[in-house]
Design a protein around this ligand. Structure first.
Ligand code: NAG
Ligand code: NAG
Ligand code: NAG
Ligand code: NAG
Ligand code: NAG
Length: 360
C-alpha cells in the first residue's frame, strides 16, 4: 500500500514537471537596442560619450538621472511593471556588481544590453564609443556560454529588439556622405536584423518582439541637418524608416515558421507614434513639434542638460522630451498599447505573448 502511494506521488511529480505550467508566467526580459531602451549601459561605459546621466534626465519619475534618455521610464520599464517584475539592470552595472562581489549572480528578471547611439552598422557612432548590436549579442552570448544565465529562464523570457534609428539618421549627416543607395543601405541593416534573430534563437530565445522605428524624420534634432525641413517632418528620412520597418515586419512574420517552438511579434512604433502626432489632444499631448528640453530651432539643436538648455514646465504634455527621444508620457501610452491592444502589434500583443505556453 505504502509503495503504491509513493509511486503515484512520483507519477504526479513527473507529470507536473513535464507540463509547462510555468510558461505563462514570464519572469524576465532581455533587451537589445539603442537609446529608446538604454537604462544606463552607456553610463557604466567609461569609453562612451553618448550620455544622459545628468539632470534633468530622469526628473519626472526617478528624480535623478539614471542614464535613460528621457524624463522617466522607457517602454521596457513599463512592460516590466505590467508583468509585475522588477525593471532590468544595465548589463554593465550587473557585470560590475558580480565582479566586485556585491552580487552573487546575474539578475533573474532579465538584463538590459541596449546602448544609446548604437545601430545595426558597427560604424554608426563608433567615435562616441557606443556598443553596436553585434557586441550586445556577444555580451549576452558570453553569459549563456558560461552558464551564468539559466537556459530554461532564457526560453521562458521575452526578448525585445529595437535598433536602426541611428543608422537612418546618420545616413543623412552632411559630412561623410554615404556611398550606397538608400535601398542598399536598408538591405544591409535588415541582414543584420536577420542575423540577430538567428543568433538569439540559437541561444535559446523563444518569445521575440521586434519593434519598428518611429518616424525618425520627425525628431526635433532634424534641425541640425542642413537639408531638412523644420516646419514638417523630413520625408526622405521617414521613407527610409518605413522601408526598413517593412523588412523587419517580414522578418518577424517568418520567425515562427523558420524557428520551431518560437513566436515572433512585430510592434509598429511608427504607427503608434503617428497616431499621437495626428491626434495629440486625445492623448493628453499639446506639443508634438518641439522638444520639452533643449535649445535652438525645435529645441532640437542642443542636447537637454547641456549648458544653455531650456526645459518646459510640463514635460508630459510633450511628445518629445529631448532632441531625439519621446517623453515618459509618450512611452507610457506606447507601452499600454503594445501590452494590451491589438492595433499596432501583430500577431498578438505583449500580454498575450507573455502568457503564451510554448511547449518546449
Ligand atoms: C574601453 O576601451 C578600452 C580600450 O579601447 C577597452 O579595452 C575596453 O574594453 C573598453 N570598455 C568598454 C566598457 O567598452
Ligand atoms: C560594486 O559595484 C556597484 C556598481 O558600480 C557599486 O554600486 C557598489 O558600491 C560596488 N560595491 C563594492 C563592494 O565595491
Ligand atoms: C520568409 O520566409 C519565406 C518562406 O520560407 C521566404 O521565401 C522569405 O524570403 C522569408 N522572408 C524573410 C524576410 O525572411
Ligand atoms: C511647443 O513648445 C515650444 C517650446 O516650449 C514652444 O516654443 C512652441 O510654441 C510650442 N508649440 C505649441 C504648438 O504649443
Ligand atoms: C493566461 O492564460 C491562462 C490559460 O492558459 C488563462 O487562464 C489566464 O487568464 C491568462 N492570463 C492572462 C493575464 O491573460
Amino acid at each position: 500500500m505504502e509503495r503504491r502511494v509513493t509511486s503515484s506521488v512520483i507519477f504526479l511529480l513527473v507529470s507536473l514537471s513535464v507540463t509547462p505550467a510555468f510558461a505563462h508566467n514570464v519572469q524576465a526580459i532581455f533587451i537589445f537596442g539603442d537609446s529608446l531602451f538604454d537604462a544606463g549601459n552607456n553610463h557604466y561605459n567609461k569609453n562612451c560619450s553618448a550620455q544622459a546621466d545628468f539632470p534633468p534626465y530622469g526628473s519626472s519619475y526617478f528624480h535623478h538621472p539614471t542614464g535613460r534618455f528621457t524624463n522617466g521610464r522607457t517602454v521596457a520599464d513599463f512592460i516590466s511593471q505590467y508583468l509585475g517584475i522588477g525593471i532590468q539592470k544595465p548589463f554593465l552595472e550587473a557585470q560590475l556588481e558580480v565582479a566586485n562581489g556585491s552580487r552573487k549572480e546575474y539578475p533573474s528578471n532579465g538584463i538590459n544590453f541596449a546602448s544609446a547611439g548604437s545601430g545595426l552598422y558597427r560604424a554608426t557612432n563608433r567615435d562616441l564609443g557606443v556598443t553596436p548590436i553585434q557586441d550586445q549579442l556577444q555580451q549576452f552570448q558570453a553569459l549563456t556560454d558560461q552558464n551564468l544565465i539559466d537556459r530554461k529562464l532564457v526560453e521562458r523570457s521575452l526578448f525585445f529588439f529595437e535598433s536602426g534609428s541611428n543608422d537612418v539618421f546618420n545616413f543623412f549627416l552632411p559630412f561623410d556622405a554615404p556611398t550606397v543607395t538608400p535601398d542598399a543601405y536598408v538591405k544591409a541593416m535588415l541582414a543584420e536584423v536577420e542575423h540577430f534573430v538567428d543568433q538569439i534563437y540559437k541561444l535559446g530565445a523563444r518569445k521575440i518582439a521586434l519593434f519598428s522605428l518611429g518616424p525618425v524624420g520627425c525628431v526635433p534634432a532634424r534641425s541640425l541637418l542642413p537639408g531638412a525641413p523644420v516646419n514638417r517632418c523630413f520625408g526622405k528620412m521617414n521613407r527610409m524608416a518605413k522601408n526598413y520597418n517593412r523588412g523587419v515586419e517580414n522578418i518577424a512574420k517568418n520567425i515562427s515558421k523558420k524557428y520551431p517552438g518560437s513566436v515572433g511579434v512585430f510592434g509598429s512604433v511608427y504607427g503608434i507614434f503617428q497616431l499621437y502626432r495626428t491626434t495629440p489632444s486625445r492623448h493628453g499631448i499639446t506639443n508634438v513639434t518641439d522638444a520639452c528640453c533643449g535649445d535652438g530651432t525645435l529645441r532640437g539643436m542642443l542636447q537637454c542638460g547641456q549648458e544653455g538648455y531650456k526645459v518646459c514646465e510640463n514635460p508630459n504634455k510633450y511628445l518629445f522630451w529631448d532632441y531625439f527621444h519621446p517623453s515618459e508620457h509618450t512611452y507610457k501610452l506606447m507601452s499600454k498599447s503594445l501590452w494590451a491592444d491589438n492595433k499596432y502589434i501583430h500577431p498578438m500583443n505583449l500580454k498575450t505573448l507573455a502568457n503564451l505556453t510554448i511547449v518546449l
